[in-house]
Design a protein around this ligand. Structure first.
Ligand SMILES: Cc1cc2nc3c(=O)[nH]c(=O)nc-3n(C[C@H](O)[C@H](O)[C@H](O)COP(=O)(O)OP(=O)(O)OC[C@H]3O[C@@H](n4cnc5c(N)ncnc54)[C@H](O)[C@@H]3O)c2cc1C
Length: 373
C-alpha cells in the first residue's frame, strides 16, 4: 500500500501535521516508536505556555497570531478544552533580553503589554516576590495549553479525517528519491509520495546530519503544593518567567487549584540518547528550583510533591529548524529549543503547504536551517 504522506513521529508536532494532512484529504500514515501522548519525549508535563509578545524574536509573532486562531478552532471542532487564558508576567533586571525582547516584539507588532515596576507587579500578583531592581512586562494575551490533551485531540481528529496511526513501530531508515520516499520500520516497509520527519529528541538518530545542529538537554519540572486552600484564588494567575543571574525560571498557575508547576528554562544536562536518559530526579535537580521557589514565590510549600523529566532539542541559536529538503519531498521539523509546542498547528499547516504546493505563504523562512550552511 502506498501513501501520500508518512509522518515519522506523532508527538507534539507530528500530531498537528497528521491532522493538517488528513483534513486536506491526503492519505496519511503516522508512525511512532511509542504511543503518543506519552511521557518519554518533549510533549508532556501537563501544560505549555502560549503568548504573543515573543521575546525570542519578533518574527514569530505573525505565526503566533495564526496559531492562537488554530488552537481555538481545534477547541471548537473537538469540543475539548485545550487552552486557558491568563496573564503572563516577565521579569528581569535592566538590560534583560527577556524584557527588551518582549517590548521589541510588542512595539513592532502593535501588541498591548503593560510595563510595571517590580513593586507594582508584586502588589498586583501577590504570589510573586520579585527582586526590587527588576523591570516587568505583563501580557494579557497569554495562556496555557493542556499539552497531552492537545496531542491526543490532534491525533483523534486526524484519525477521524482518515489518517492511520501505527504506534510501537520505530522507523529505522528513510530512503528518499525526487518523487517518493521509502520508510523502513521495525515492523515493515512503506512507500509514500512524501514524508515529514519530526522525531523530537531522537531526530539525529534517524537523520545523522542533524547531529551538528541539535543538542538534547534533560529538563526537570516540579509541582509545589499550595500552603493552604486560601492561596488557590491568588494562584489562578499569572504565568511567569523570571530572568535571574542564576538562570531563567518559569511557572504556571495552580491549574488544578492545588499545585504550581515550576521549572528552569536555562541549563539542563546534555543527553546522548533520549531513550536512556535518567528519568529519576535527584537532589541536585531539585536544589536550584527549590531555591528559586523559596525566594521568588509565595504561598507554596517548600517541598515539591511531583516531578517529571522532559527533553529540549536545542538548535545552535535557539530557533526552530523547519525546512523542505531542496531535492526530496521531505519536510523536517526539529530543534524546537524548548518553546515549540504553541506553534505546532501553524507549522503543521506550513508543512502541508510545503509538501503539497512546494511553498507556503506563512512566514517560516527565518526558521530554515540554511542559516547554518
Ligand atoms: C519541560 C518543557 C517545557 C516546555 N515548555 C514549553 C512552553 O511552555 N511552551 C511551548 O510552546 N513549548 C514548550 N516546550 C517545548 C515543546 O513542548 C516542544 O518543542 C514540543 O512539544 C516538541 O514536540 P516534538 O514533536 O518535536 O517532540 P515529541 O513530542 O517528543 O515527539 C517526537 C515523537 O517522535 C517519535 N519518534 C522519535 N524517533 C522515532 C522513530 N525513529 N520512529 C518512530 N517514532 C519516532 C517519539 O516517540 C515521539 O513521540 C517545552 C518543552 C519541555 C521539555
Amino acid at each position: 500500500m502506498s501513501w501520500d504522506v508518512i509522518v515519522i513521529g506523532c508527538g507534539g508536532f507530528g500530531s498537528a501535521a497528521l491532522r493538517e494532512f488528513s483534513q486536506r484529504g491526503l492519505k496519511v500514515l503516522g508512525l511512532d516508536q511509542y504511543s503518543p501522548p506519552h511521557n518519554l519525549g518533549s510533549s508532556h508535563g501537563e501544560t505549555r505556555i502560549i503568548r504573543k509578545a515573543y521575546f525570542e524574536h519578533p518574527d514569530y509573532v505573525p505565526l503566533l497570531h495564526r496559531s492562537w486562531d488554530l488552537w481555538q478552532q481545534l477547541e471548537v471542532e473537538s469540543g475539548e478544552r485545550l487552552l486557558q487564558r491568563c496573564d503572563l508576567v516577565l521579569s528581569g533586571a535592566p538590560g534583560s533580553e527577556v524584557i527588551s525582547g518582549a517590548r521589541l516584539a510588542a512595539a513592532e507588532h502593535g501588541l498591548r503589554i503593560r510595563n510595571l515596576s517590580a513593586e507594582e507587579a508584586c502588589r498586583e500578583y501577590s504570589v510573586l516576590r520579585l527582586p526590587e531592581d527588576h523591570e516587568v512586562t505583563v501580557e494579557s494575551t497569554a495562556g496555557y495549553l493542556w499539552v497531552e490533551r492537545c496531542v491526543g485531540t490532534m491525533l483523534r481528529r486526524a484519525c477521524a479525517s482518515g489518517a492511520e496511526v501505527r504506534t510501537g513501530e520505530r522507523v529505522v531508515a528513510l530512503k528518499c528519491s525526487p518523487n517518493s520516499v521509502e520508510v523502513q520500520t521495525t515492523a515493515g516497509r512503506y512507500t509514500a509520495s512524501a514524508a515529514v520527519v519530526t522525531c523530537g529528541p531522537w531526530t539525529s538518530q534517524l537523520l545523522p546530519e542533524y547531529q551538528r545542529l541539535i543538542t538534547v538537554r534533560r529538563k526537570t519540572l516540579f509541582w509545589y503544593p499550595l500552603q493552604s486552600e486560601g492561596w488557590a484564588e491568588r494562584w489562578r494567575s499569572p504565568i511567569f518567567l523570571i530572568d535571574l543571574p542564576e538562570g531563567q525560571f518559569y511557572g504556571l498557575p495552580a491549574v488544578d487549584g492545588q499545585r504550581v508547576k515550576v521549572g528552569e528554562h536555562t541549563g539542563g544536562d546534555l543527553v546522548q540518547d533520549a531513550s536512556t536518559v535518567e528519568r529519576r530526579v535527584s537532589a541536585e535537580d531539585r536544589a536550584p528550583v527549590d531555591a528559586f521557589a523559596a525566594s521568588c514565590l509565595r504561598g507554596l510549600q517548600s517541598a515539591s510533591c511531583a516531578s517529571a523529566v522532559c527533553l529540549y532539542s536545542m538548535s545552535p541559536d535557539g530557533h526552530f529548524l523547519f525546512d523542505r529538503h531542496p531535492e526530496y519531498p521531505v519536510v523536517t521539523a526539529a530543534g524546537f529549543s524548548g518553546h515549540g509546542f504553541k506553534f505546532t498547528p501553524v507549522l503543521g499547516a506550513a508543512a502541508a503547504d510545503l509538501i503539497v504546493q512546494g511553498r507556503t505563504q506563512l512566514p517560516v523562512q527565518f526558521l530554515s536551517q540554511q542559516r547554518f550552511d
